[in-house]
Design a protein around this ligand. Structure first.
Ligand code: FE2
Ligand code: FE2
Length: 363
């Protein structure tokens, strides 16, 4: 008997879900680390833990400071200027939040990822607390001006990690820290002065992330990449100067001299330039870029008193002062700090050479 040919019904197995490869850095623990890399990783991890230990409740602190100092009694003019300066800070906090979230997603070493994640949490708090503080001034926060927008969008928009970190963690954070420092020093408004102490402690950790993570990225750069990195920072700094010029009248109302503010910022930068030099053993600044920066500052915020007036004599004095800085006949605003950073790196390298020679004799 012949059985009739049977055709099994065709069964279509459900397609297995496609797992895109490489979305999780599963090999993050397999890399060998040098002693330096391991030490740096511990410092980066420490930033996360300190962030957790020192966390503060923005709503509670603002309420306590209001109770302590009472209602804001600032006059109409300074109140408007304060709202203008600190609305830029508020939008800057939003930008820092965005950048730190990008870093938390994109950087692989676990410890740096932890530090960036902690920063994103801090920046979210900085943003809403600054918004609530500006509410107390009873003024609508003005939108971000053109040049400040250029600055933050450069940092948010770049795909290059080193540019992003140097732009946000080192440049923009330093500008914010400098403004905080000056506003506190001048006792512009007591609630804000006390509030900024909390901000400053957090921001110092964010600068720490840049200082600890950037040297590794700098070491891996080709000459071309390094030139692009320097150009990017210069672009960002020039846009910051233009933004500061736009803000100059409001800073003046608050008793802040814009040129003094730049000088203080350059002094603050020296400490992280020294840290970078310590880790890379190289000059952390480029003389040509520094010269362009100093020239722009001299043109926008002249050092000579006779160059400050808006007449023909003033314009000539300003042009002469700018030319002198450009040609190196006089020191620009940040030249002494760059020189100090270079001297430090030379001293450090000499000490290292000496230590290496001693070691070879001992062996
Ligand atoms: Fe912040
Ligand atoms: Fe920050």
């Amino acid at each position: 008997m012949q059985l009739p040919a049977m055709r099994l019904p065709s069964v279509r197995l459900p397609a297995l879900p496609v797992i895109p490869r490489g979305l999780l850095p599963l090999d993050m623990f397999t890399h060998e680390r040098t002693r330096d890399e391991a030490a740096r990783a511990r410092r980066l991890e420490g930033l996360y833990h300190v962030g957790q230990e020192k966390i503060w409740d923005g709503r509670q602190i603002l309420k306590e400071l209001q109770t302590k100092h009472g209602p804001i009694t600032l006059g109409e003019g300074p109140r408007r200027s304060l709202a203008k300066v600190f609305s830029i800070i508020m939008w800057g906090e939003l930008a820092a939040w965005k950048v730190s979230a990008q870093l938390a997603e994109r950087i692989d070493p676990l410890e740096a990822k932890m530090a960036a994640t902690s920063q994103a949490h801090d920046e979210a708090r900085h943003f809403y607390v600054m918004h609530d503080y500006l509410d107390l001034l009873a003024l609508e926060p003005p939108p971000l001006d053109f040049w400040s927008r250029v600055v933050v969008e450069l940092a948010i928009g770049t795909e290059n990690l080193a540019q992003k970190i140097a732009g946000m963690q080192l440049q923009v954070e330093t500008i914010a820290l400098t403004i905080f420092h000056k506003v506190r020093e001048l006792h512009v408004e007591p609630v804000l002065s006390d509030l900024l102490v909390y901000y400053e402690k957090d921001e110092a950790r964010h600068v720490g992330l840049g200082v600890q993570f950037l040297p590794e990225l700098l070491r891996r750069m080709t000459r071309f990449e390094y030139a692009r990195y320097v150009t990017f920072q210069l672009e960002l700094l020039l846009a910051s100067i233009a933004g500061l010029k736009h803000l100059e009248p409001d800073l003046r109302t608050l008793g802040i001299d814009a040129r003094e503010l730049i000088d203080l910022g350059a002094r603050k930068q020296l400490s992280f330039l020294n840290d970078l030099a310590q880790q890379t053993g190289k000059n952390p600044t480029q003389p040509w870029a520094g010269r362009i920066f100093d020239t722009a500052v001299e043109a926008f915020f002249p050092s000579r008193d006779d160059a400050k007036s808006w007449n023909v004599r003033g314009a000539l004095a300003r042009a002469r002062g700018t030319f002198d800085v450009l040609t190196g006949r006089t020191d620009g605003i940040a030249a002494p700090y760059r020189r100090a950073a270079l001297e430090n790196v030379e001293r450090l390298n000499a000490q290292r050479r000496l230590a290496a020679e001693r070691l070879s004799i001992a062996l």
